[in-house]
Ligand binder design. Structure first.
Ligand code: DGY
Length: 352
């Protein structure tokens, strides 16, 4: 599909992106926009080389050395990733070929955190199992032990990776469910720390007043000295680190072993953060341990045995899938390409 065929700058999108605002933005600025309408989730290197053709100024897909050099040869200057995570992009290869790289932070923070919260609740309260039970016509009437799960209020939520999304998730779990917080961050301490300090100690926050009025136990929070402290103490653990060499298989057999037997583990970050084969074994051995997964180690596949585990809730990488967010991501991705063409700084430049 081609928009504004006579446009000066050629912008190729490897997928059709939601809304038309991003197309308007580009075509209004003299871009010819080509959208690959073949609904393949993963394009091969050859597919992308064909798309680049002889000239191209921006794309969205998994990128490394071969593709960046081809983009450079074709006169391309910009690569825009429609995601905040850019583990699919070899940024040093892009730098080598002088191609600017952009990502889409910010617009998906709340949506992604909401999905992590939804997975936490769904796994803790066994909602998918209960739904399947109903649909199978197995409900025979109320029973005291039917799908008994965990009450979140007063339990401890553990957050690993306290950046934008981890902080928003922590806020939801504290404010929404009055959970205590323990968190650990590999790189930055301050974002979530500032946030919880402000929220829990200021007499002006609605939460502080609410606690006083109702005479409830105040929520506690602490930054853990080690990740193991979080794994040991938390009842619900949500993973929000970036994926890099240091976080690959961050959750492995040993670390699964130190979590509570009835803990809930949620991952809406990147699949390889968990050793999924070890997780499957852990789920089999610990039926009360539950997991909520939005991402998988070998996406789009699940490791053998995972789909049979009743204590696993699995969804297909939909954390940022709200209409508002996806349109925002597409707009930001287009702005990043446009910025490079017009010489403005790239908004979500992961080098910055
Ligand atoms: C991201 O932005 O990194 C997400 O995984 C896409 O939803």
């Amino acid at each position: 599909q081609v928009w504004n065929p006579s446009g000066k700058y050629r912008v190729v999108s490897t997928k059709s992106m939601p809304g038309d605002r991003w197309i308007r933005l580009l075509t209004d600025q003299d871009c010819r926009v080509e959208i690959c309408t073949e609904e393949k989730t993963i394009l091969s290197v050859d597919d992308i080389l064909t798309l680049i053709g002889d000239r191209c100024d921006g794309l969205t897909e998994d990128w490394g050395e071969v593709l960046f050099s081809a983009l450079k040869r074709a006169g391309g200057t910009s690569f825009s990733n429609m995601a905040v995570g850019y583990n699919n992009v070899d940024v040093s290869a892009a730098n080598k070929y002088g191609v600017a790289v952009g990502n889409t932070p910010g617009v998906l923070t709340e949506t992604t955190a909401e999905l992590a919260a939804a997975l936490s609740l769904t796994a803790a309260r066994r909602i998918v199992e209960a739904d399947q039970f109903m649909r199978a016509g197995l409900y025979d009437g109320w029973l005291p032990h039917l799908f008994v799960g965990n009450l979140l209020k007063g339990q401890t939520v553990g957050v690993i990776g306290a950046g934008r999304i981890g902080s928003a998730y922590a806020r939801m779990m504290i404010e929404g469910f009055k959970m205590n917080l323990i968190y650990y961050d590999l790189y930055q301490a301050t974002r979530l720390e500032k946030f919880v300090t402000g929220m829990l100690s200021s007499p002006f926050t609605s939460y502080g007043q609410f606690l006083q009025v109702n005479g409830e136990q105040p929520v506690t929070w602490k930054r853990a000295a080690t990740m193991e402290d979080v794994l040991r103490e938390a009842d619900v653990i949500s993973l929000h680190p970036v994926l890099d060499k240091t976080t690959y298989h961050l959750i492995n057999k040993e670390r699964l072993g130190i979590m509570k037997k009835e803990a809930v583990l949620v991952n809406a970050s990147r699949g390889p953060v968990i050793d999924e084969a070890a997780l499957v074994e852990h789920l089999k051995a610990n039926p009360m341990f539950r997991v909520g997964l939005d991402v998988f180690e070998d996406e789009p596949l699940m490791k053998p045995g995972l789909s049979e585990q009743k204590n696993a809730v699995v969804v297909p990488h939909i954390a940022s899938a709200s209409k508002w967010t996806r349109e925002g991501m597409a707009t930001l991705a287009a702005l990043n390409v446009l910025g490079t063409i017009k010489g403005y700084p790239v908004l979500g430049d992961p080098n910055s």
